[in-house]
Write a protein that binds this ligand. Structure first.
Ligand code: PRP
Ligand code: URA
Length: 209
């Protein structure tokens, strides 16, 4: 079974509270999601392999560590995943970005795929799938399915807020995938919304409601 990591650093918890608040406007919401994504990236990349190189400081030559040329890919699930991209890429500027477009049918709650564009070497990369919300888990499972269909094997999932139902569904469908969250909430409501959650992440990020 993959790891379930709750990134509960005080800065993350503080910012998630502001993100949840219905009075937070679109501009602040977007900035806070970006900031939390950066803080989570710190935890998600904790196990990146390092290599030692020689570097000359103004004082002396020394051995020092750099990331060992690991090829990374960031895979936002459209739309709301876009809100986390910059926050992560800031720390990993060499990562390639692939997009998986899915929306959740409001009646069936099943994901509908409408767009996929991935780096040609995606199967060689360690991937981080990002989406602020993990509700039923249908969208995350479909995005990971799409990556596995293209022979990707190293996949992590990072979401801001999850329902236990979504975590369980992803763990059952993809037991090899580690899941990183900023908060694990109580449950889903009858419309598949996370309680207490933050409402509709896409609408709050892009001001569409
Ligand atoms: C939201 C969210 C996830 C999905 C989560 O997207 O960003 O992708 O719902 O729900 P699930 O775990 O039950 O699949 P939505 O379908 O509203 O599309 P949007 O990002 O374009 O607004
Ligand atoms: N998608 C969202 O944007 N919010 C939820 O609570 C569930 C799915």
């Amino acid at each position: 079974m993959g790891k379930l990591v709750i990134c509960d650093h005080p800065l993350i918890q503080h910012k998630v509270t502001l993100i949840r608040d219905k009075r937070t406007n679109t501009k602040d919401f977007r900035e806070l999601v970006d900031e939390v994504a950066t803080l989570m990236a710190y935890e998600i990349t904790r196990e990146l392999p390092l290599q030692t190189i020689t570097v000359e400081t103004p004082v002396a030559e020394t051995e020092s560590k750099i990331i060992a040329g690991r090829m990374l890919g960031i895979i936002p699930i459209l739309r709301a995943g876009l809100g986390m991209v910059e926050g992560i890429v800031k720390l990993i500027p060499g990562a390639k970005i692939g997009h998986v477009g899915l929306f959740r049918d409001p009646e069936t709650l099943k994901p509908v795929e409408y767009y996929t564009k991935l780096p040609t070497d995606v199967h060689e990369r360690a991937l981080i799938v990002i989406d602020p919300m993990l509700a039923t888990g249908g969208s995350a499972i479909a995005a990971i399915d799409a990556l596995k269909k293209r022979d990707c094997t190293q996949i992590k999932l990072a979401c801001l807020i999850a329902a236990p139902e979504g975590v369980k569904a992803v763990q059952e469908a993809h037991p090899d995938v580690d899941i990183y969250l900023a908060a694990l909430d109580e449950r889903l409501d009858d419309h598949g919304y996370i309680v207490p959650g933050l409402g509709d992440a896409g609408d709050r990020l892009f001001g569409t409601k």
